[in-house]
Design a protein around this ligand. Structure first.
Ligand SMILES: [Zn+2]
Length: 345
């Protein structure tokens, strides 16, 4: 595993609409690892192995992260914000943040007090970011409305091959997809292997739509994160019995394709790898939903990485799970053949 590049990805800001810096790093990283690497107008990077093959398998992991967007500046020079994606507003007060501006990153502190941190109804309009400016005019020299904001955090290694950082959701998935494509090339996969790091998953799903509409895959696997139930009182009924470090998670729901799940299971068996299972009642809440409904319809599976504290400044994931996801998907790509018959009967 290229931990250095994974951590570089996790340190890079990629709030929806502002994914270009991260996508460019992925684009450069994949140059010598695939047959073809492209970027489209939205910034989706697609790495392809066997571009002339008529049977196309698309792996998708989203490169965007949740965050805030600057919506106004107060007379006192503090920034007001709105949410981008499923932000838990209560996680922001008292934290350092980065504002991604045209002139580079500037730093801020999110105002906090006993009153703010005790406010259970705090919403984004109640947040104020102090960038040190003394009035509105000074702040506006540095910041534009529409600039994006993330926590000012780093990636750290924990015990037992675990890591913590912000927005492992889903930059670990984006990393996995690209490493699986690189590995499929090394192993001589015969089908068309397309790996995309999508933009916009946390808001509109536009990246997945652009990519799948253009690639027109025969099958797809979305790679995202999922809640664990091994801590913090998250119920098994809600999340399934999912633990960190116990392997990739397959989703069972009405839209995920059972034969693709069976293929993934047999790949895991071959590798002697443990898989976990989660159930969803309808939409998966991932790029898989979007890809599924493009073109004439795309059968898909969802492979997830167990994740603690999703959408918090310090999410926790397992490097072991990440490596197993890469191995599983590389095996799957190598196993796929163009005579796969996915009809249920
Ligand atoms: Zn996600």
């Amino acid at each position: 595993m290229n931990k250095e590049f994974l951590f570089e990805m996790l340190r890079t800001g990629s709030v929806d609409g502002n994914e270009a810096e991260l996508e460019k790093k992925i684009f450069d990283y994949m140059q010598d690892k695939a047959d073809e690497v492209t970027v489209d107008e939205m910034g989706n990077v697609t790495a392809v192995v066997n571009p002339s093959s008529p049977f196309k398998v698309l792996l998708a992991g989203h490169a965007d992260e949740i965050g805030l967007i600057v919506s106004a500046v107060g007379d006192d020079g503090s920034l007001m914000v709105r949410k981008i994606g499923g932000v838990n507003v209560g996680t922001y007060p008292g934290h350092k943040v980065r504002i991604y501006t045209d002139k580079g990153i500037i730093y801020g502190a999110v105002a906090n007090s006993r009153e703010i941190s005790g406010n259970k109804d705090l919403d984004a309009s109640g947040l104020r970011i102090d960038i040190g400016a003394t009035d509105r005019a000074e702040a506006m020299k540095y910041v534009q409305l529409g600039d994006t904001v993330t926590f000012d955090t780093d990636v750290r290694e924990l015990l037992n091959d675990r890591i913590t950082g912000r927005a492992l959701d889903d930059r670990v998935g984006a990393y996995i997809v690209m490493e699986a494509i690189a590995e499929a090339k090394k192993r001589g996969a015969s089908v068309g292997c397309y790996g995309v790091t999508t933009t916009g998953e946390e808001t509109t799903g536009n990246g997945a739509y652009f990519t799948a509409s253009r690639v027109r895959p025969d099958i797809a696997v979305a790679v995202d994160v999922t809640y664990t139930s091994d801590n913090c009182g998250i119920s098994i009924a809600e999340s399934g019995d999912i633990s960190l470090g116990k392997g990739p998670v397959l989703c069972n729901n009405p839209t995920v394709h059972k034969k693709l799940n069976a293929c993934l299971r047999s790949c895991a068996e071959k590798l002697g790898m443990n898989l976990q299972t989660e159930a969803a009642s309808g939409r998966t809440g991932t790029d898989g939903d979007t890809i599924h409904l493009t073109g004439i319809g795309v059968p898909f599976a969802l492979v997830s990485i167990p994740l603690r504290y999703m959408h918090n400044p310090a999410e926790v994931g397992s490097l072991r799970d990440i490596q197993e996801c890469i191995d599983l998907l590389a095996e799957f790509l190598t196993d796929c053949s163009q005579d796969m018959d996915l009809r249920p009967f």
